[in-house]
Each structure stands twice: as structure tokens, then as C-alpha cells.
Design a protein around this ligand. Sequence first.
Ligand code: APR
Length: 234
Amino acid sequence: MIKNWLNESNNTVVFTGAGMSTESGLPDFRSANQGLWKQKDPSKIASTDALNHNVEEFIDFYRTRVLSVKDYKPHKGHHILADWEKQNRIQTIITQNVDGFHQKAGSQNVAELHGTLTKLHCQSCGKEYNSDEYVNQEYYCGCGGILRPSIVLFGETLPQDAFQFALSEAEKADLFIVLGSSLSVTPANQFPLIAKNNGARLVIVNKEPTELDMYADQVIHGRDIGAVLEEWNH
Ligand code: APR
């Protein structure tokens, strides 16, 4: 049935979370067996407070993540979504992920709600750097300020351009497909509801139950996203 919805839809938006990249080898945050936040308290590592008062651990954690997004690569599921965009089968991807894998796989219409690990910027003067600085263990700007990943830390607001773009796409959608998110973080988890309230069909593909399953028209639990997308690709 979902395949028919995909073929019938004129405006399909795909919304991805960390579960989209686990098949590439990157851990997610909250799943029972591998979530990063099962081992670390995000407020102590992924916050501006950590950047200001726990900088050694902050740098260590994010250098590891910068290296991992350089070492791993998009999997088949990312490439299928990029192909569907080219075939006009989907229009937009809204992602909470910061790994840049959708763009690496060839997707162009991507709203990165939580920023990207592929860039750094100076916490003091805002100057932008490439994430290679972290690879080369360069952690300071010429102005003396500390370099941090250009991602949204807990306690920070989402980038307005990505947020507004995602909002307009969600409002226009007639099919909104969630792939690999627990839907537990606001305001990102509002987008499936915005689409639904504007008349879209809502599909959620997630190994475990999510906070918005009761609003979905179709839910697929317990299956890998890669396999589900392969199935819809024929
Ligand atoms: N196939 C299907 N679902 C999967 C797969 C897979 N291969 N791998 C993991 N999942 C599911 C997990 O069951 C989990 O419920 O993906 C979901 C990922 O949820 P989270 O780990 O909470 O990740 P996400 O929803 O993206 O988190 C949102 O929280 O920490 C912040 O900024 C961070 O963007 C992140 C935000």
C-alpha cells in the first residue's frame, strides 16, 4: 500500500533520524542496544555548557564523530533516496542527521535541521572552517576562539533557514515518511504532525516504537530501513 502512496503522491517529504545511518556503521542515540546517549549524558557532552566548561571531553567526543563520518559512507538506502529525488518520486529530505550522508549519496533538496559535522566555526568570531581542522588536531581560530562543529547543541536554536524550509515543505506534503527516528526531540519532532495536520499521510519506519506512532497512517517496526527502501524500489 505504501508503495502505491509513493507512486500516487505529488509531494513526498522524507524525514530522517540517526536510524538512517546505523547501517552505514554510525551509532544512533537512543536505541536500546547501541544508543550514544545510553553511555553518555547528552547535556554533559552535546551542550554549550560542555563546550564552555568541559572542553577537553567535548573536543574528544566530537573529533571522534568527525573522524567517523569521514571513515564511513552512505549505504544503499541513502542512494535509493537520492535516485528517487532524481526520478521526482520524492521532493525533499528533512534530516536531523549531521553526517552529510544524504548529500554524499547525491540528494540535493536536504534541510539539515541540526546542522552538519562537515563544518566547524569559531565560537567567538563565527569564522567557518572545514572539519579537517579537527582531524589535524587544530582546535583554535586565529582570533584565539575555540573551533566547534557547526551542529545544533542542546540549548541552541535550530538554523532558521533550514527550519523555515522544512516547515514550508512539511505544510505542502501529501505524503510524509519518517525513517529511523525516535521522534523524541523537539522542535524537530513537530514536523510529522505539521504534515499530518495539513492533510498528509504519515508513514513511520523505525525499528522501535516512536512517540508519534499513534498519529501515523502506517507504521513499520522491527525492520531495517535499507531493506524497506529496497522493497519499495522495485
Ligand atoms: N532501521 C530502522 N530503524 C532503526 C535502524 C535501522 N537500521 N537503526 C536504528 N533505528 C531506530 C532506533 O530504534 C531508534 O528508535 O532509529 C531510531 C533513532 O532514534 P534516536 O537514536 O533517538 O535518533 P534521532 O531520533 O535521530 O535523535 C534526534 O537527538 O541527540 C539528538 O541531535 C541528536 O539529531 C539527534 C536527535
